[in-house]
Design a protein around this ligand. Structure first.
Ligand code: NAP
Length: 316
């Protein structure tokens, strides 16, 4: 833990993460008078900050831009007294009360903790991919598939996520090509067979995307593929590239302290209770099944209510 410094006051509630779940928890905790301290996280605004138009969040009949939605939530939380600070949890000691976190080298002590640090989509890490996120490159078919109605798209990956995204996208796209780096699939048999039976899905195996075009035009027009066997390269015109190569939960600082599943997601019972009393988890860091803004908001609300009850039961 941080070695320094004088001991800071003990917070009632610290919330890690400023995506949909963290900000909803912040609104509820702030309205309960708990003046939560909200730590931004590595990706301020969470995954919504990376999307464009959000059309499935209830209450916005014309849709709302993802960044605007999270910004509204942030302002709403601030209005009720939530305090925000930069940084992300680097280390944690949850073995005793008060709980202790290190953020930007500084120790923060708190009676309760809401972990809403989310999961980050895995990316290919190509410069062209980064430049075109929100302009035809997406990690969320549910969010962005609709924009490619009547156009051909690619889904990258060979697991269940890729199969699910590809099948979803066949509702809109003229054709969906799954590009997978091997010819063996991680996807479950049933999902793979369903995708294979879908006439709108085409397959390119043993191939990797080397570059996504066209950064200059700020839209996806094609990809350059490379055969992983013989190294042959070719270009394929396409309107969008969806990454279905998995997510990584942002739970590393809690390794060995909170129960996690085989893939690192925090395990919860009664929706948001972790294995340590006073520590709650909400949103994508504990949910690999739904991963929607609205479900993240829902569990964020639950976590704040549980934190409030936890503190109240201990006379705070
Ligand atoms: P996953 O099973 O880990 O599959 C990831 C896929 O992406 C693999 O095929 C992998 O290729 C590929 N990949 C990873 N990094 C890559 C890279 N840099 N370049 C190219 N390809 C890359 O992840 P997932 O599909 O997200 O599934 C995660 C878990 O959630 C699984 O347990 C899955 O069953 C579950 N899930 C279930 C459902 C459902 O039942 N409805 C839906 C979605 C997910 P390699 O195979 O070569 O490693």
């Amino acid at each position: 833990m941080a070695s320094s410094q004088q001991q800071s006051a003990v917070e009632d509630v610290v919330i890690l993460g400023t995506g949909c779940s963290g900000l909803t928890a912040a609104i509820y905790a702030a309205r309960a008078g708990l003046r939560p301290l909200v730590v931004d996280g590595h990706e301020s605004g969470g995954q919504l900050a990376l999307t464009t138009l959000v059309e499935n969040f209830p209450g916005f009949p014309e849709g709302i831009q993802g960044p605007e939605l999270v910004d509204n939530m942030r302002q709403q939380a601030a209005r009720f007294g939530a305090r925000f600070r930069e940084g992300a949890a680097e280390e944690a000691d949850l073995s005793a009360q008060p709980l202790s976190l290190t953020v930007q080298g500084e120790e923060i002590r708190t009676r309760s903790l809401i972990i809403a640090s989310g999961a980050s989509a895995r990316w290919l890490n190509l410069p062209s991919e980064k430049a075109l996120i929100g302009h035809g490159v997406s990690s969320c078919a549910t969010c962005d598939g609709f924009f490619f109605k009547g156009k051909p798209v690619i889904v990258v990956g060979g697991g269940d996520s890729a199969m699910e995204e590809a099948m979803f996208l066949t509702r809109f796209a003229t054709a969906v090509t799954i590009v997978h780096r091997r010819d063996q699939f991680r996807a479950s048999k049933i999902m793979l067979e369903r995708a294979q039976a879908n006439p709108k899905i085409q397959w390119i195996t043993n191939a990797e995307i080397e570059e996504i075009l066209d950064v200059g035009k700020q839209e996806v027009t094609a990809v350059r593929l490379r055969d992983t066997g013989d190294g042959r390269r070719w270009e394929m015109p396409i309107a969008a590239v969806f990454l279905g190569i998995g997510h990584v939960p942002n739970a590393a600082p809690f390794a060995g302290q909170l129960e996690r599943d085989a893939e690192g997601y925090l395990k919860t019972r009664d929706y948001v209770l972790t294995s340590v009393p006073g520590v709650f988890a909400c949103g994508d860091v504990q949910d690999r099944r739904y991963r929607q803004a609205i479900t993240a908001a829902g569990t964020g609300c639950m976590a704040a209510i549980e934190a409030e009850r936890y503190l109240e039961a201990r006379g705070h």
